[in-house]
Design a protein around this ligand. Structure first.
Ligand code: NAD
Ligand code: ZN
Ligand code: ZN
Length: 362
């Protein structure tokens, strides 16, 4: 058993509490990882606030980390102690019908088919003050050590800087992949990205890498626009600066609407606006934001009848165990600069300050 620090969410809506926790050794088919760095994704905030389906408290959140394998359970073959790894919030078992289908983008063993609040054997590896603590998406990266199933770990290049590539555990991978894999943005096309936080900026990077000629970034927080432009946005607009609905603004700017629109906020009103912003015939709308569990969207069927496509994207639609290490290698080859997404670096003791910065739009 390892004693270390972790940020525990004891109950819905309470700030995280940095505690000493006990982390049990990995059982058969599991890996114990020393987490070196983790990002904060808005989905952690949704989870802490009780706005993510099927999360159980107390819980150690965090799902955008990178670390080093400390020990492995019986039967683990794909990683060994000392390997640099990224824990996968969407596993890749390699055996289920989704994993075996080249067209399918994620594994059946995801949180959406079966909650991942405990290890696959339905027990926890975390305790604190005598209480069992739940896992989050099987990976709980807000802990100095965590235990994950082997199918939720990807070995990466030993040269990778863990304090930078932790973003490949979620934010960068999600946004970049939503443009490249889900939308399949074509060279010369037009794109609109609703919400340019960490994930939305990664969508902008993906659209740019795919050769889009126009990338419209849309956000209420104009402070986000400088970074959006640096990463490839050609136009930045704030819906508050217009009297008419933002979908009409985007449609006028582009003639008939963009080829690809993305919602990267998690609100039904902006999802509807993003759907209406892509052109009525061949437009593709990709939903990335996670709406509240009770959210329902009502749309005019004509929006779809005319030919638009509405897609969802989980973690950017990669086969995670194979593709995330390749993305890390592309990063090392300087094919893109995801370091620009990093705004602040804090020690784990200041994790709540990190969430305050997120809430403040910084
Ligand atoms: P973030 O908070 O950093 O970014 C959200 C951005 O949206 C902010 O810049 C904010 O100013 C802007 N915004 C808020 N309300 C707006 C409005 N009404 N109109 C325009 N802009 C508005 O969050 P993030 O970490 O980038 O995550 C974005 C969303 O993506 C979240 O819902 C998160 O849960 C989701 N997410 C989904 C996946 C996936 O696999 N599909 C993965 C990661 C994150
Ligand atoms: Zn995330
Ligand atoms: Zn699978």
């Amino acid at each position: 058993v390892i004693r270390c620090r972790a940020a525990v969410a004891w109950a819905v809506g309470k700030p995280l509490s940095v505690e000493e926790v006990e982390v049990a050794p990995p059982k058969a088919g599991e890996v114990r990882i020393k987490i070196v760095a983790t990002g904060i994704c808005r989905t952690d905030d949704h989870a802490i606030k009780g706005c993510l389906a099927d999360v159980q408290f107390p819980v150690i959140p965090g799902h955008e980390g990178a670390g080093i394998v400390e020990s492995i359970g019986e039967g683990v073959t794909s990683v060994k102690p000392g390997d640099k790894v990224i824990p996968l919030c969407l596993p890749n078992c390699g055996e289920c019908t989704f994993c075996l289908n080249p067209e399918a983008t994620y594994c059946l063993k995801c949180h959406f088919s079966e909650p991942q609040n405990l290890m696959p054997d339905k027990t926890s590896r975390f305790t604190c003050k005598g209480k069992q603590i739940h896992h989050f998406l099987w990976i709980s990266t807000f802990a100095e050590y965590t235990v994950t199933p082997e199918c939720a770990v990807a070995k990466i290049d030993s040269a990778a800087p863990l304090d930078k590539v932790c973003l490949f555990g979620c934010g960068f991978t999600t946004g970049y992949g939503a443009a490249i894999n889900t939308a399949k943005v074509k060279p010369g096309s037009t794109c609109a990205v609703f919400g340019v936080g960490g994930v939305g900026l990664s969508v902008v990077m993906g659209c740019k890498a795919a050769g889009a000629s126009r990338i419209i970034a849309i956000d209420l927080n104009t402070d986000k626009f400088a970074k959006a432009k640096e990463l490839g946005a050609t136009d930045c607009i704030n819906p508050q600066d217009f009297k008419k609905p933002i979908q009409e603004v985007v449609t006028e700017m582009t003639g008939h609407g963009v080829d690809y629109s993305f919602e990267v906020i998690g609100r039904v009103d902006t999802m509807t606006a993003a759907l209406a912003s892509c052109n009525m015939n061949t437009g593709v709308f990709v939903m990335v934001g996670v709406a509240a569990p009770d959210a329902v969207i009502s749309v005019d069927p004509l929006l779809l009848l005319t030919g638009r496509t509405w897609k969802g994207s989980l973690l950017g639609g990669w086969k995670t165990r194979d593709c995330i290490p390749k993305l890390v290698s592309s990063y090392l080859e300087k094919k893109f600069n995801s370091d620009l997404l990093i705004t602040h670096t804090l020690p784990i003791a200041k994790v709540n300050e990190g969430f305050e910065l997120l809430h403040a739009g910084k």
